[in-house]
Design a binder for this molecule. Structure first.
Ligand code: RIB
Ligand code: CA
Length: 316
């Protein structure tokens, strides 16, 4: 099986860390680089946390670049009640000796895509500020993107608000730019995001492992459980990465989607048109601002969880 070349865009974050661990270790993934953006926590924490996760994964020198330090228009709105003051569970992990790349996030995205001989999939797991800025800064390179598989949005309820999922809600204008870009998009949203999770027993087993990557994954999961007071705990962003290399484990369908960028109570909602064809033709969704998006609706939860566990326990 050939490798799939991907670039992650993260706001690490505990569940971004689950995704980075997986992407750095899985043999079918060629992790070209990681771009960091303001989201769960501030950009300095995001960069520091991402470098620490690469240490835990004992990953090779993968370029990590610093991106936007706030949304295009709004103010930052951190989720420290979920991810902790440092954005990664306040575990007191030693700072990494790795250095952040000298390029900005949009420059790294440009270079990695331009220099790749293979199709590149961008996997945003965070507010879409960096991706929107990249699309606007390097439109010729943007045409070379194979596809975008993003964690964000919802065809049902929100989490940041009743209507909106956090990544889209944090920067709705950026999300609208990305959705309307014409790049093929798969949306891994809240309809599936919470379902693949691990139990306290599984997390304890991982933490007792002799393998560094597994220990780190277990410690993160236990910290996540403590903060949210739930078990099983979702593997969150990881699911979007799994859907890139194992699409057979996921069920998707195409829908017209529009991002609400109004100032009202639905700001940041991804409005997914699930009506039947007759009504959609009678009164189409706002065709100006809508896009045809592949929406993830279901998954084989046990297989997706097993894939993560097997992968992070596969490397010392
Ligand atoms: O709504 C969930 C998303 O918001 C995840 O990407 C989580 O890490 C936060 O960024
Ligand atoms: Ca995230």
């Amino acid at each position: 099986m050939g490798k799939t070349s991907i670039i992650l865009d993260v706001d690490t974050g505990i569940d971004d860390a689950f995704a980075v661990l997986f992407a750095a270790v899985h043999p079918e993934i060629k992790l070209l680089g990681i771009t960091c953006v303001d989201g769960n926590t501030n950009i300095d924490n995001v960069v520091a946390n991402t470098l620490k996760v690469l240490d835990a994964a004992q990953a090779p020198d993968i370029p990590v670049a610093r991106g936007a330090l706030r949304p295009l228009l709004g103010q930052s709105q951190y989720a420290e009640y979920v991810h902790g003051a440092d954005g990664m569970g306040d575990l007191g992990i030693s700072p990494s000796k790795r250095k952040v790349d000298s390029r900005s996030a949009v420059e790294l995205l440009r270079d990695l895509i331009e220099n790749s001989s293979e199709p590149v999939t961008i996997v945003p797991l965070a507010p879409l500020t960096n991706i929107a800025l990249f699309l606007r800064s390097f439109p010729e390179t943007a045409k070379k993107i194979h596809r975008i598989v993003l964690m964000g949005g919802s065809a049902s309820a929100g989490n940041a608000t009743a209507a909106a999922e956090f990544n889209v809600w944090h920067d709705p204008e950026a999300a609208a730019i990305v959705f309307q870009s014409g790049v093929p998009i798969t949306m891994y949203g809240l309809d599936v995001f919470m379902r693949p999770g691990i139990t306290r027993e599984q997390a304890n087993e991982l933490q007792k492992s002799s393998l560094k990557t597994a220990q780190f994954g277990g410690a993160l999961a236990l910290a996540f459980m403590e903060r949210l007071g739930v078990s099983p705990i979702t593997l969150g962003d990881y699911g979007a990465v799994a859907s890139v290399i194992r699409p057979d484990l996921f069920t998707t369908a195409m829908f017209d989607v529009v991002v609400d960028t109004s100032a009202g109570p639905a700001r940041g909602q991804t409005i997914v048109d699930r009506r039947d064809a007759f009504l959609r033709e009678l009164e189409p969704i706002d065709l100006e601002d809508s896009a045809k998006v592949r929406v993830t609706l279901d998954l084989d939860v046990d297989a997706v969880v097993k894939l993560w566990l097997d992968t992070i326990e596969s490397k010392n």
